[in-house]
Design a protein around this ligand. Structure first.
Ligand code: UDX
Length: 451
């Protein structure tokens, strides 16, 4: 696909302001920029991306109306709801100004691409007679599970009783009730309203996915049957275009030197992503589980992610003395580089969709410890469909963690997981090569935008 300088038309991208979503949208921007488009990122002030990471993009902040209370609550459902209520008029004004300031035909806004959870964008696009496309940053399995949630809610089957948590969800094999993508907070009503809105395709011309046809073929086909618009799987986006960074936290690259001193496939990498948190007891269980496994570990503990602590001051003193050179703890890591490093042999992950894709792409087997939402669906697919990981069944229990790390890193079961992960990686590499499904979807997307 050749770059075309005539093509330098504007695309306006609207990410949802959480790390996992920002990463996918900025990766999509990087892919489309490499195809010759100009990229403008319209973003909320809350969790605003750092413009210096993408000097070729134009960044335009809009007010989001979030209060300090909304932000400090960490309640993602309320934050998303508020953003959809508050941002519509600001986005309209921002786009109108962009359109008025156009200096030539190539300055026209060709299309708006918005995260499915920023659904207010579609009405704005319509009112300005601009085409729009949805980006869904999660898996096809999650999309279907979320739509099933709406059905189960209407049938009065969610919220469900604890006693049902291991029961299979009808028509959603292999998911159990406990695997449904329910939110972190118990605000079911607002959450389901959000899901309902995000599930509507409205007048958008296509849906872009950060997934691959070879990974979720039947699920994507099932979704395609339900909707008239084209489904365009472009995953894994971090590999389809040039590398790009969009971390909200400063990456501590010193861990790469530490990794350099470890032997091949010996290190278990541990990270629970950008939103999940744990209490001090869970922290101690995880710490002792890792230490007793006797495997070296690289552990990301995000500042503020241990409830009631600033960082790792709640770690038991004897644990710190015990680990010495065996463990490296950082506040934020260059995760994609870490997973690509030959010393890493396993990933204890919350199964956020980006982390899952990044791990799959590097052929790294996973220990899944999902916390909320789509992470539960991803964990179930990792362990029971793609079979490239195993899932911890308990909240955080040191014995279970120790056994899981040993299994994945040093036992026969781990070898089988690694072999399957390697095969999956090879299949996925084909998707992004010339003629592969993601490569072809990108061609189709570019043609759609140009037409
Ligand atoms: C959130 C939800 O938790 C997740 O379920 C949903 O799929 C996307 O939004 P998050 O916790 O941000 O996800 O996880 P994930 O999707 O895995 O994204 C985290 C990103 O941060 C990944 O791209 C990962 O590479 C990056 N990361 C994480 C770092 O760069 N450094 C780190 O130390 C940890």
């Amino acid at each position: 696909m050749g770059k075309n300088s005539e093509r330098r038309r504007q695309l306006v991208l609207l990410p949802c302001p959480f790390q996992g979503h920002i990463n996918s949208m900025l990766q999509l921007g990087t892919i489309l920029h490499s195809q010759g488009f100009s990229i403008t990122i319209v973003h909320t002030k809350f969790n605003s991306p750092n413009p210096s990471t993408h000097p070729n993009f134009n960044f335009l902040p809009i007010p989001d109306g979030l209060s300090d209370n909304d932000i400090s609550s960490g309640d993602t459902v309320t934050i998303l709801w508020e953003i959809n209520v508050n941002c519509k008029s600001h986005f309209h004004e921002c786009l109108s100004q962009m359109m008025m300031a156009r200096q030539g035909p190539h300055d026209d806004v060709a299309c708006i691409i918005y995260d499915e959870f920023m659904y207010f964008s579609e009405a704005v696009a319509n009112s300005l007679k601009l085409p729009s496309i949805i980006l869904t940053t999660m898996s096809a399995a999650t999309f279907l599970a979320r739509s099933a949630l709406l059905r189960l809610m209407a049938e009065g089957r969610v919220p469900f009783q604890d006693s049902m948590s291991q029961d299979p969800v009808p028509e959603l094999h292999p998911l159990r009730y406990k695997d449904l993508p329910i939110p972190m907070s118990g605000k079911y009503d607002t959450f389901l309203k959000l899901v309902f809105e995000a599930y509507k395709i409205r007048t958008s011309s296509a849906i872009i996915w950060n997934t691959m046809d070879c990974l979720e073929p039947s699920l994507l086909a099932q979704i395609q049957q339900q909707f008239q618009v084209p489904m365009l799987p472009l995953g894994p986006m971090h590999k389809l275009g040039p590398a790009s960074g969009s971390s909200l936290w400063k990456e501590d690259t010193s861990c790469m030197a530490w990794l350099g001193k470890q032997s091949k496939h010996s290190v278990i990498y541990v990270s629970l992503g950008s939103i999940a948190s744990m209490d001090e007891k869970q922290l101690a269980e995880l710490a002792w589980g890792l230490a007793s496994s006797q495997h070296p570990f690289l552990w990301v503990v995000r500042p503020g992610s241990i409830r009631g602590s600033e960082w790792i001051e709640a770690l038991p003193k004897d644990f710190k003395e015990n680990i010495e050179e065996k463990g490296c703890i950082v506040k934020w890591a260059p995760q994609k580089e870490v997973l690509a490093h030959g010393a890493v042999g396993g990933f204890l992950t919350h199964c956020g969709w980006n982390s899952t894709l990044e791990s799959i792409f590097e052929g790294i087997p996973m220990i899944c410890r999902p916390c909320f939402g789509d992470q539960r669906v991803n964990a179930r697919y990792v362990s029971h469909v793609w079979k490239v990981g195993l899932e911890l069944e308990n909240e955080m229990e040191r014995g279970e963690i120790e056994r899981a790390v040993r299994k994945v890193m040093a036992e026969k079961e781990g070898e089988a997981l690694r072999e399957r992960a390697k095969n999956l990686k090879e299949n996925i590499e084909l998707c992004i090569k010339e003629g592969g499904s993601s490569y072809n979807s990108l061609n189709r997307l570019v043609e759609m935008i140009m037409s």
